[in-house]
Design a protein around this ligand. Structure first.
Ligand SMILES: [Zn+2]
Length: 498
């Protein structure tokens, strides 16, 4: 067995309205080359200016990843020549990135074995994105709308060992930046992109020859690509060959990585400080805007949902996938608790409705859980239904029907239950009256039940007859009698109580 080392470089598009160093619109899918200006096109003599919102978002992510924000942070020019970069250099950060030395906990399972580990974050730095090249036949087209868009790069130390760990890291990071409202996390559109580097070596021998994998545009490809690469490198080592340091591309059609370019030495980008942008020294007012942007992060919220509401890990994970869903859950639970039912009772009922019935309703409408904030069945309305159920005042079946109607009509399910006469009869006197009437009408069955009340050999017959009588009592009350009270009353009247 070899030891493997995986590090990730994740690029996220920050949701700033404009680009990072100019006022061009930052948007996906616009007509090519419409969001450009002399600054992002790198015309001579123009001056970039820092989008402070991009800096705030970047620092917020840095804080969420446990990084420290230095007293001074600045930008460098990273020199390289490539058609997607009109200036022939990229404004990035090198010597003093905005976020330094953090860590996150990841938790998941690989091959059925649970894992939990700390991944160190080397740094977070702010930079501009490059344009997009579109290759068609013999020509390549360039769209510079993306050139200059705010990009935050998050670099981890090589602390992960399996594709599964890297997949979980990406999933958790994606969820985190969505909670923070700084990135939409859409990997297919490229707003969250990951490059991975992986090396293997004999245990205790340190890092091996580093192979970079690009084109991993889903967290699943991150897992598959890395596991493929670890297996490929292991075969090489087994055969006594040396792994070549190179960059490889993930080919999703063949489920394999393919060599892209051999890399003898690391690139010399000849970084030097960007002379047109001042050093940024975050003051206390700026740092306050960063702190104010921090929300309870998904990992902390999941843990709290388990501890405080008694949800199981799977429920907590599913409900916390989207912040809007977690907010909805908590609002409904608070409303139900304020009407006198216990937190855990409210939570388990709400979790079930949310994860099964409400998800199904949203799916039917083509909506996602992120639209729960404007859902017609508000948390308060769900709470009123949950309270009725908890108090045994409505059957589960009728509760579901009331919920559907409430969502469709935008009303309180409690009103619908009242109108439809679905409230269960819990008044013992009213139920006793129905039981007496049924026993009188079913005289022979009642007599048979009395006669076998104590006969242990007639258990099955007794159950059949009791169920028959219970059905009659329910029918006599229009299906509204509380089943448990009715069954108790029948047993009491016939002396068949067990
Ligand atoms: Zn521009």
């Amino acid at each position: 067995m070899y030891q493997s080392f995986i590090g990730l470089e994740v690029h996220i598009h920050l949701l700033t309205k404009t680009k990072v160093f100019c006022n061009c619109r930052s948007a996906f899918g616009d007509e090519p080359n419409t969001n450009v200006c002399p600054v992002c096109m790198g015309y001579p003599g123009v001056l970039p200016s820092l989008n402070i919102e991009a800096m705030r978002m970047g620092c917020t992510v840095a804080r969420a990843l446990g990084c420290s924000i230095p007293e001074k942070t600045w930008f460098e020019r990273k020199q390289y020549f490539y058609p997607d970069m009109p200036k022939n250099y990229q404004i990035s950060q090198f010597a003093s990135p905005l976020g330094q030395q953090g860590s996150v906990e990841i938790e998941g399972a690989a091959n059925g074995r649970p894992f939990k580990k700390t991944v160190r974050i080397k740094e977070c730095h702010l930079e501009e994105d490059a344009g997009k090249m579109i290759h068609t036949g013999t020509v390549s087209l360039l769209d510079y709308n993306r050139a200059g868009v705010s990009l935050l790069e998050i670099v981890t130390e090589p602390d992960m060992e399996t594709g599964e760990e890297a997949e979980v890291f990406i999933q958790q990071l994606r969820r985190m930046v969505r909670y923070l409202g700084v990135c939409d996390g859409n990997m297919e559109e490229g707003s969250l992109r990951a490059d991975a580097n992986v090396s293997i070596n004999f245990p205790g021998k340190g890092l091996g020859k580093k192979v970079e994998i690009k084109n991993l545009n889903s967290s699943r490809f991150v897992r598959l690509g890395l596991n493929y690469e670890i297996a490929r490198q292991s075969e090489f080592m087994d055969a006594g060959k040396t792994v070549v340091q190179e960059t490889r591309l993930w080919n999703e059609n063949r489920d394999q990585t393919e060599s892209m370019r051999k890399k003898e030495n690391a690139h010399d980008y000849r970084y030097f400080p960007e002379p047109d942008l001042p050093i940024f020294a975050p003051d206390s007012a700026f740092l306050k805007t960063v702190d104010d942007s921090l929300v309870e992060l998904p990992a902390a919220r999941m843990k709290r949902f388990r501890d405080e509401y008694g949800l199981n890990p799977e429920q907590a994970d599913l409900i916390c996938e989207e912040m809007e869903e977690a907010d909805y859950f908590e609002a409904a639970a608070a409303a139900a608790v304020s009407r006198g039912i216990t937190k855990k009772d409210a939570a388990s009922r709400i979790a079930n409705f949310l994860l099964i019935d409400i998800k199904r309703m949203l799916h039917r409408e083509g909506l996602s859980p992120s639209s729960l904030a404007s859902f017609a069945l508000t948390p308060q309305r769900l709470a009123s239904l949950v309270v009725l159920l908890s108090q045994g005042r409505v059957s589960t079946k009728n509760a579901r029907q009331a919920m559907e109607a409430a969502a469709a009509e935008g009303r309180d399910p409690a009103d619908i239950i009242r109108e439809k006469g679905w409230e269960l009869i819990t008044d013992p006197e009213a139920i006793a009256g129905a039981v007496t009437a049924v026993l009188a009408a079913e005289e022979s069955i009642a007599a048979e039940l009395r006669s076998i009340a104590a006969d242990t050999g007639k258990e099955k017959r007794r159950r059949t007859l009791t169920a028959y009588l219970l059905g009659k009592v329910l029918a006599a009350t229009g299906g509204r009698a509380d089943t448990k009270i009715a069954a108790d009353r029948i047993a009491e009247a016939l002396g068949t109580r067990e």
